[in-house]
Design a protein around this ligand. Structure first.
Ligand SMILES: Nc1ncnc2c1ncn2[C@@H]1O[C@H](COP(=O)(O)OP(=O)(O)OP(=O)(O)O)[C@@H](O)[C@H]1O
Ligand SMILES: [Mg+2]
Length: 303
């Protein structure tokens, strides 16, 4: 079983107005409420790929129920810890420019945090835990380390998509996969990266630090896949970008889901790139039909 973890989910409230008047009354031309959160995105794309998974994390209040019902509607299994405070709402205001106002999210009490750790006791060898996004401050800086410790004790694999110290701490614990984008990779090493060779150099360091597989995504420029079996580049297919939020999460779903179904890393890489691009070319996340349509357009070359 694949478990995705979303510690600070959201309802993404997407609002469109024609001309935004600050300080005046504006009328929406369109609005949309979508479940948000990186682990939830991974779960939704895994589900498109017909890969069994369970979404876990923290949900609270009426906003939390909305997300739970949505996942249920998509037939995605979930097992969130109920928290006392409401799950946050993030506002994405689309006018001539796009303005985002993100909520901070609920304060997670100690007992609630412990309840999530307890859920991980169900992990078994062969399971994969996908940790995406940053932990809310109320959980302390080492919460991912605590989750990974349970995962290791249960002999399950983990994937981590986060930044900074939490990612550095996780590397030594041998993640199955890390997927920084090229900006995150540069930031992690405190360098500026200009060439593909430099991306490979720093990507390899993540592998040498403990990651089995490293994907470095480069948005419209495609992605690099680095493992002890070599380095591969995949171009991104061409298409019209509608909304690239969640492209990275989709890539993780495509990779991890396909790896679990086939054990074929290059097929997993191909599906990862197709899933990321399918999301970039959609209003919401990728759907299966578009992922399948894009897969043959992706050229993979050994570097
Ligand atoms: N503009 C684009 N055109 C085509 N493919 C894209 C585009 N943007 C993203 N993708 C696809 O999605 C993959 C992941 O995208 P990206 O590098 O933007 O991830 P990310 O920055 O981690 O995204 P996020 O964290 O917002 O989910 C890319 O490797 C590519 O395959
Ligand atoms: Mg990302």
């Amino acid at each position: 079983m694949i478990y995705t973890v979303t510690l600070n989910p959201s309802i993404d409230y997407i609002v469109e107005v024609d001309d935004l008047t600050l300080g005046g009354l504006n009328r929406m031309t369109r609005d949309l409420k979508l479940p948000g959160g990186k682990g939830i995105n991974v779960s939704r794309v895994l589900n498109q790929l017909e890969v069994q998974n369970t979404a876990i994390g923290f949900l609270g209040g009426f906003t939390g129920r909305y997300i739970k019902d949505w996942l249920h509607g998509e037939k995605i299994s979930s097992d969130f810890v109920s928290v006392a405070d409401d799950t946050r709402i993030n506002i994405k205001l689309k006018a001539a420019e796009e303005t985002e106002i993100n909520g901070t999210g609920p304060v997670i009490r100690d007992a609630e945090a412990d309840a999530l750790l307890l859920k991980l006791e169900a992990l078994q060898a062969g399971d994969t835990l996908v940790l995406s996004g940053s932990a809310p401050p109320s959980l302390g800086g080492d919460f991912y380390s605590k989750l990974i410790a349970v995962c290791k004790r249960k002999k399950a694999e983990f994937v981590i998509d986060t930044t900074g110290q939490a990612l550095k701490d996780a590397l030594a614990l041998e993640p199955l996969l890390v997927k920084p984008n090229h900006h995150e990779l540069a930031e992690l090493f405190g360098v500026t990266i200009k060439t593909r060779e430099e991306i490979i150099t720093y990507g390899r360091r993540l592998m040498e630090s403990g990651a089995r597989y490293v994907l470095v995504s480069m948005a419209g420029e495609g992605a690099l896949f680095i493992s002890d079996q070599g380095v591969y580049y995949a171009s991104a297919p061409s298409g019209t970008v509608r909304n690239s939020v969640g492209a990275g999460d989709s890539m993780i779903a495509g990779f991890v889901g396909t790896l679990s179904l086939t054990g074929d890393v290059l097929e997993a890489f191909r599906t990862g790139v197709a899933s990321g691009s399918a999301t970039a070319f959609s209003d919401d996340l990728a759907d299966r039909a578009l992922i399948e349509q894009l897969k043959p357009q992706i050229e993979i070359t050994q570097v």
